[in-house]
Ligand binder design. Sequence first.
Ligand code: FES
Length: 244
Amino acid sequence: MVNDNKDKEIEIQANDELLDKEIGSSPAAGESIDAWKDALSSRSTAVPKNIIVPSTQAHSVKPTVTRRTFVKGTFWTGFGVTILGFVGIFLDFFWPRGVEKFAGPYPVGNINDFKPGAPPVRFKAAQTWIVNLDPNDTSEVGGKGGSGLLALWQKCPHLGCAVPWRGGFNFNGDDGWFRCPCHGSTYTKAGVRVFGPAPRSMDTFELSVDAQGNLTVHTDKVIPGDEDNPVRAKTIDDISNSEA
Ligand code: FES
């Protein structure tokens, strides 16, 4: 036990000497300024190897991301994702689909291709539906007795989506309506609006026919759609006479 204490004293003395040696001793009071300068310049800042800093004196390491920063970051990230989601839904709702630029006259087949009362025929390049209204069909969906050929612009008057013909869609007991896929505006075979957000009926184009019965739709001559769409339908004789 006595030997152990002696060993510790010797070790402490050795450490003190090592510290004096590595850190350097200060000049006595009254020494010259040069002596102080020499002492300072020879002083080492190295920490002796066998000095242990007690854990109670050690500084705790602060986290680089605090809880406040983490909570704020989570909030703003969630907020940003929510706003982006709303913007995406808004664009998806209002973005027109299936509409391409076009203009001018387009051939759309022969008058014999269109039978009265038959389902509308689409011409994609002309963005046109050709319908042949049957004068015997006096139902609302059938055109209320309108007679003859009508060229409808497929562009929905609401926000411009391409309106398809839905032969199997039943409304008011009748099958077969034009129905916009974007917001549900629904039209008769003559393109008359029956419900939905569209502000008017489907627009119509001018039609012409040559001596062989070939039809041309004039997509640069648009007539805004209205309740009188069925009356705009023309029989072959009407179209031929208007050409004469
Ligand atoms: S684009 Fe809105 S109802 Fe057709």
